[in-house]
Design a protein around this ligand. Sequence first.
Ligand code: SAM
Length: 390
Amino acid sequence: MTENIEKFIAEFAHSLHENTFVKMTLGNYRGNDAHLQKLLIRLVETKKGTRLFFLFRQDTRDTAKNFDFTEGVAKVKEFLVADFFSGHLFTLENDLQLDVGKRGKSRLNIAKATFKTKPEVSHDREKQFLVNSNSFYLKALGITTDRGEIRDKQQDKWRQINKFVETLGSLIDKSLLADRRELNVVDMGSGKGYLTFAAYDYFKNTRGIGVKIIGVDTKSELVSIDNDIARASEFEDLKFVHGWIGNYNLQNVDVLIALHACNTATDDAIFKGIKAEADLIVVAPCCHQEIRPQMKAPDFMKGIFRHGVMLEREAETLTDGLRALLLEKSGYSTKLFEFISTEHTPKNNMIVGTRTTKNVDTEKIAEQIEAIKNFYGIKEQRLESLLEKF
Ligand SMILES: C[S@@+](CC[C@H](N)C(=O)[O-])C[C@H]1O[C@@H](n2cnc3c(N)ncnc32)[C@H](O)[C@@H]1O
């Protein structure tokens, strides 16, 4: 072991002893595990006391293990001698950057400490989030502070971002796209881009998939800000374009996303996805305004639908239910579920269409759609009209 590695390890042990350790990253992995990329180490509070939390970042998933200080120091020593060829140690006293060359020659750079105070130590009972809270884009979008802490007012948004990424990952794993190493994604109505950035970061940097994402929105100022943040984050395959969903020339898309695109913009997005034969269509509708004014309650339902709130809920149920049936009629299997609890956002229904090779009884579905429309006196539903003309 070279003098520099010894010094790096000694500083690590010293920082744990003096309670000045902040975090450590080991990179430049050259070991035998084809999937391992990085090791991230921080402190965690457990029932047995403070422990070192090792997060092994792999191309498709992360695994974690806790070690006591003595074991943890021994592990890092073992890793630096054999597997990882760079280390970055942050303490309250210094930042240490270790680089080991191919022939064992090493360099140790010691700089002024970046961190003036220790971050709060999380508890191992706490949920470990998929999205890396230290990412630049989260700071630029105002979700985190400069120190990578989630702002109090952004806690709900943070949970929503994580839940969305987790949901999308699992939907892809269960779709025809499961083994794809390259994905083309279009996010229609990307808005401020929170979810678009998080999806890109997760697929590109956590899963190591060659993902290309385009966000489309009518608000040119948001498009311009998001492109600046994407450039600054060096997310070269994430682009935002100014445009209307209905006019967007969607081609070559694997995953079509439209989250909280207003009213019938969701129908336009689903239609574009079906037309472009996207393998996965993921939408979270909002502001269901089309069906409600058309609805005529049958006599025996009038006592219920005279209450505006009941009519509104029924209109939402019908709109999203019809959308799911229309997706099925177009060759998709569907799921409709609450993707995050209403405590975090009221706009939480998600409709997912996964392209299927199974035969579908389109006539039977068309009959169901017709029966529902007749029962409620619905004349027009946008997605249906678009599909009829297609
Ligand atoms: C409520 S925001 C949602 C943003 C983001 N998808 C999210 O869930 O955080 C809705 C966005 O959709 C955009 N939008 C609405 N209708 C659109 C359309 N027809 N074409 C493109 N963008 C649209 C709006 O400009 C707005 O930025």
